[in-house]
Ligand binder design. Structure first.
Ligand SMILES: Cc1cc2nc3c(=O)[nH]c(=O)nc-3n(C[C@H](O)[C@H](O)[C@H](O)COP(=O)(O)OP(=O)(O)OC[C@H]3O[C@@H](n4cnc5c(N)ncnc54)[C@H](O)[C@@H]3O)c2cc1C
Length: 524
């Protein structure tokens, strides 16, 4: 019997394991479906893509997306999109591109406006700072001495610098720190890298405290369902693969079960446990503990469509210091969107982040760089649903990318802007040829077609167990699952609206704040 049982050792779960076990009198069990994070490639920033095809990742695919076309199929039909998710200690932060971005201060003020008291920017900033060990020192916006390293790429790659100069020359402000004050403009991104090695949530929060006697970590332990006594969560049933065959086990929680399995698996586990839309659960013969229609709804993800350029023959191309993404530009897709945060984040990538099937007969991937306009405030909303009552079956992932016409319009603007930047004189020493969309794709209708052929999710799904007070909310502002006791969700799935930027830092902040909510040492 443990005081707290945490399901999932990802960005959020490792934070909770650390903070809840600080007091030796509290006992904590951390369950992780995947193996330990022993693969040396995890620590090497440049190898993150190779990890997606190993046993430290789930290779989920979306359902065919009606608005995204597959150019290999005639007539063209909806395309499935790869969704890698981390499956090891550190979760998705062990396979990510390590960009550290908090989002826009107005994101959190909006969460607060939606009824989530305590989540305004001023109230969450201390939790961002608490988690952080900022190489640039501490100030109003940054913390030092926290568990998680945040640093600048050192030195930034010459092509990343060319991107920033191209944007500044085009009239965008230079932004020396996207995590302080305003988000608009171009600059070098901060990254979760310590001494040239990846800083995952596990290396930051878990490994330094793993020897605590009151903290147990069980890998190869996949939760099948949460156990209830009436409507009180009292434990977890799991498959534990300690040897060649999985063993069915149960673990008990004296105080709380804390679900940190991520945006895909947290709603799936809730539904398998009888917490979700009653009719959906009953259609799989699952008993209903509480009817919560919002479980699995409100899925949001950042969607992107890249412009890829090869290097000129002989152009210098050393590997970047901090992985694949070092620079970005935050910008509005329309000049009159002044009241809202920037809705486009142009990631500048050191690889050709282009859908593999474009063009329809793909060539071996050449060496190059990509401008990747990413929609940070998508209007399309999707869902996660059960495909089966079998816990080992992947769920149905339906992000409904570009279903809102405004999303396609904004991405199109991002592609046009990318081309303008790519033509800047600052790229002259590096520029080979544009391979995607390619010089023949010029008209607006061809470019719209192109976006639908190449658009991808940027691995930032959130929102499927949203926090709030309305009937579709799954957790309350203290992250307690509505309608039951002893159960919280603490991960990216609780975001009511997606953060305006990469989602690891906001998820770590959510878990930092959750630990205070759980221990009752917050001001709420
Ligand atoms: C390829 C990729 C690149 C990314 N790049 C960036 C980036 O550069 N910057 C950024 O800010 N964000 C990035 N992200 C997004 C960021 O990593 C996620 O938003 C964040 O990690 C989500 O944290 P989480 O705790 O919600 O879930 P996760 O970190 O995914 O953790 C969930 C954990 O739960 C475990 N689990 C799931 N089901 C079960 C079960 N039934 N039983 C036990 N354990 C279970 C999983 O194995 C996993 O370890 C990236 C994500 C990916 C996948």
């Amino acid at each position: 019997m443990f005081d707290y049982v945490i399901v999932g050792a990802g960005s959020a779960g490792c934070v909770l394991a650390n903070r809840l076990s600080e007091n030796p009198e509290r006992t904590v069990l951390l369950l992780e479906a995947g193996p330990e994070d022993l693969d040396p490639a995890i620590l090497e920033p440049g190898k993150f893509q190779s990890l997606w095809f190993t046993d430290v990742a789930y290779r989920y695919f979306t359902e065919p997306q009606a608005e995204l076309e597959d150019g290999r199929l005639q007539p063209r039909r909806g395309r499935r999109v790869l969704w890698p998710r981390g499956r090891t200690l550190g979760g998705s932060s062990a396979i990510s591109s390590m960009v550290y971005i908090r989002g826009n201060r107005r994101d959190y003020d909006h969460w607060n406006y939606l009824g989530n008291q305590g989540w305004s920017w001023d109230e969450v900033l201390p939790y961002f700072k608490r988690s952080e060990d900022h190489a640039g020192g501490g100030d109003r916006y940054h913390g030092v001495g926290g568990p998680m390293a945040v640093s600048d790429p050192s030195p930034p790659h010459p092509v990343s610098l060319a991107f920033v100069e191209a944007a500044v020359e085009s009239g965008y402000p230079r932004n020396p720190d996207f995590n302080a004050g305003e988000q608009d403009g171009a600059g070098i991104l901060q990254v979760n890298v310590r001494d040239g090695r990846r800083e995952s949530s596990a290396t930051a929060f878990l490994h330094p405290v793993q020897e605590r006697e009151n903290l147990a970590v069980m890998t190869h332990a996949r939760a099948r369902r949460i156990l209830f006594d009436g409507t009180r969560a009292v434990g977890v049933e799991l498959d534990h693969q300690a040897g060649p065959f999985p063993m069915l086990r149960q673990v008990q929680a004296r105080r709380e079960v804390l679900l940190c399995a991520g945006t895909v698996d947290s709603p799936k586990l809730l539904m398998l446990s009888g917490v979700g839309p009653a009719a959906h659960l009953q259609s799989f013969g699952l008993p209903v503990v509480t009817d919560l229609p919002g479980v699995g709804q409100n899925l949001q993800d950042h969607v992107c469509a890249g412009v890829g350029v090869t290097y000129a023959p002989g152009a210098k191309n050393p590997p970047p210091a901090a992985g694949a993404v070092e620079a970005a530009l935050f910008v509005r897709s329309r000049a009159n969107l002044l009241a809202s945060p920037p809705d486009l984040q142009l990631h500048f990538c050191h690889w050709l982040l282009i859908e593999a099937s474009y063009p329809a007969q793909p060539l071996p991937p050449p060496s190059g760089y990509a401008f990747v306009p990413t929609l940070t405030r998508p209007q399309s909303r999707g869902s996660i649903a059960l495909a089966s009552a079998d816990p080992s079956a992947p769920p149905l992932i339906e992000p409904r990318y570009l279903q809102a016409r405004a999303d396609l319009d904004a991405l199109l603007e991002g592609v046009l802007l990318s081309r303008r930047l790519a033509a800047s004189r600052h790229f002259e020493p590096f520029r080979g040829e544009e391979v995607a969309p390619g010089p023949d794709v010029k008209s607006e209708s061809d470019l719209r077609d192109y976006v639908r052929l190449v658009a991808l999710g940027l691995f930032h799904p959130v929102g499927t167990c949203k926090m709030g007070l309305d009937p579709m909310a799954v957790v309350d502002p203290r992250l307690r699952v509505r309608g039951v006791d002893g159960l919280r969700v603490v991960d990216a799935s609780v975001m009511p609206v997606i953060a305006n930027g990469n989602t690891h830092a906001p998820t770590v902040m959510i878990a930092e704040k959750a630990s205070d909510l759980i221990l009752g040492i917050d001001s709420l």
